[in-house]
Design a protein around this ligand. Structure first.
Ligand code: 13P
Length: 264
């Protein structure tokens, strides 16, 4: 199955509008005239979406700029109304947003997002035709207690409850072991491959072998230029969701470059 790799920068709470402009100027100058056999996505903070949209979709934007997809880092599960601090899916659509990260472990751990909230957000995103990047992953304690598969199966089953086959085709799953996020400790490529193969098997059980074979599963957690090729060479790893190493244009570019020409 030929799945197009997807490399997404999750900037988290970094790079406001002026830093976004600096990043893009540098990134676009480095990618000028280069085509990658991969999809490139940037998820800035909400306040930088307008800057990203303006630059990537300005009338004179280069082919490389237009090919970059914009993602949000979160969305509300509600349409509109008295939800202070929240941003709706229709608002995101006004900024050329096509992807939305849902269920990141930081949202789960710090903001108390449950599988049910994440499920509601996935449905809301699909109503607005946004493509969820649905994050799952276990903590170190869960892994050490032998709960890896139970945790992943529950997150997948609950998060995707009621999601149709048609909508599933528009979803990307990001496997991010919590213990590897921002720690410098990457899962070994074998640990990552095993978890990805398991995720694909759970999705096959829910949606059938064909949907599972088409599903793109990103790895996230301390991805760097130096480990991207080895991770991406694994048969069930279809790209990366990158935090710290995607804050700097050269390093994000090297991850894409190294990861989309994997050593086999
Ligand atoms: P790091 O790449 O900084 O470990 O973050 C991973 C992540 O959480 C991406 O969503």
């Amino acid at each position: 199955m030929n799945r197009k790799p997807i490399f997404a920068a999750n900037w988290k709470m970094n790079l406001g509008p002026s830093a976004t402009e600096d990043f893009l100027k540098s990134f676009l100058s480095k990618t000028q005239g280069q085509a990658f056999p991969a999809e490139i996505v940037i998820a800035p903070p909400f306040v930088s979406l307008a800057k990203l949209a303006d630059i990537l979709h300005s009338p004179g934007a280069s082919k490389e700029a237009q090919a970059i997809q914009i993602a949000a880092q979160n969305c509300s599960q509600f349409d509109s109304g008295a939800y202070t601090g929240e941003v709706s899916v229709l608002m995101l659509r006004e900024f050329f947003v096509h992807y939305v990260i849902i269920g990141h472990s930081e949202r789960r751990a710090i903001y108390g997002e449950t599988d049910a909230i994440i499920n509601a957000k996935i449905h809301k995103a699909r109503e607005a035709n946004l493509k969820p990047i649905f994050c799952i992953g276990e903590t170190l304690a869960q892994r050490e207690a032998g709960q890896l598969e139970t945790v992943l199966r529950t997150q997948i089953t609950e998060g995707l409850k009621g999601v149709s086959d048609k909508d599933m085709a528009e979803i990307v799953i990001a496997y991010e072991p919590v213990w590897a996020i921002g720690t410098g400790v990457t899962a070994t490529s074998q640990q990552a491959q095993d978890a990805h193969a398991f995720v694909r098997s759970v999705v096959a059980g829910l949606y059938g072998a064909d949907s599972a074979a088409k599903l793109r599963i990103q790895y996230g957690g301390s991805v760097k230029p130096g480990n991207a090729a080895e991770l991406m060479a694994c048969p069930d790893i279809d790209g990366a969701l990158i935090g710290g190493a995607a804050l700097e244009p050269q390093s994000f570019l090297e991850i894409i470059r190294n990861g989309s020409n994997p050593v086999s």
